[in-house]
Design a protein around this ligand. Sequence first.
Ligand SMILES: Cc1ncc(COP(=O)(O)O)c(C=O)c1O
Length: 383
Amino acid sequence: MIGLHSPSTKYIGFNELKYSINNGWLSSIGPGTKTFEKYIKKYTKSKYVVATINGTAALQLSIACLYPKKSEEILIPDLSFISTVNAVHYNFCKPVFLGINPDFMISENALKNFINEKTFFKNGYTYNKITKKKILALIVVNVFGNLPNIFKIKKILKGKNIKIIEDAAESLGSFYLKNKKRTHSGTVGDIGCLSFNVNKIITTGGGGMILTKNLKTYKIIKHLANQSKLDPINFIHDQIGFNYSMPSINASIGIGQIKKINTILKLKKGIYKYYLSKFSKNKKIEFISVDQKNYSSNFWLNLVRFKNKSLNLNNIISKLKRRNIIARPIWFPLSLQTYNKNFQRFKTQDTKKIIKNVLCLPSGYDLTKKELQYIIEEINNIS
Ligand SMILES: Cc1ncc(COP(=O)(O)O)c(C=O)c1O
């Protein structure tokens, strides 16, 4: 079976585990966690980092550190993995869903118009005109390793006192290119969240990382992630905390993995280029190409859009499965999930149209040329 993005067994072996096993530390107080944090800090050039048990916990803490009051609001794009909106609910906040661009990223126009038409500014904070609730933050999502126009977004939110959280779960290795400078995704806003789930660019089995340039934010998150413990002996905790720090055994896998990131990124680019060159000849398919002017992508996931509107994506997925190929549609819009139906939305009416007939293709970095050729042949047979 050719998976969507399985971790390569060629790239994970005993070498990774030796960082934990050799020193006997498995839990999050072990040296592996700190060492892995140092590697990520160096790679992303983030001022502060906190390793977490997964990307979802990272997102949850990135809101928790703002100490939201019940029902305060977080703006999020309509399209993301479910964790983005769940992190809002875990904090008893309310999501407000914003529309997306054809490139699947949050629409800067929807954001701009929402801020202009639907909010007001009072006593240093932005409030929702309808609910009268404070708007605490915007989460932008770096969908499939590609990046939104964060600099425009920052401009729109300038002076609004709305924090920018970057859901960079899928974008380790993607950099903004501006003024001849490479800036790692997740380090432009106030807080960035990475994921090291098994299907990501590098993995720790399960894991995440919070990136921030703000010392106060870092200290709060570090404290919350470690049970809000005040001292190492007397079990005094000053607020409700979380057991969200990454165990050393997972971090040790990450240390081995991050050392291979440049090789992995090269392989990922090669897969993208191969798909691009082969699919560009098929007029019935649009291979979703990636902007390479404003950012360098990690090319995490490759996608095709079937132009024939009468094709049924679920039938295609079943057919490919019978041929031993795992493919997936894009996520179902967040605002249409049953438990999100009663929350405010703005310009989300096109989300379904934008993702219609788009298929995520196997993109793991250990795909062989023969496997790629086989996938391309099968997709061409369908269209
Ligand atoms: C966009 C996005 N956000 C958040 C997450 C959550 O990360 P994790 O699975 O590590 O909890 C993922 C993926 O897994 C993701 O793709």
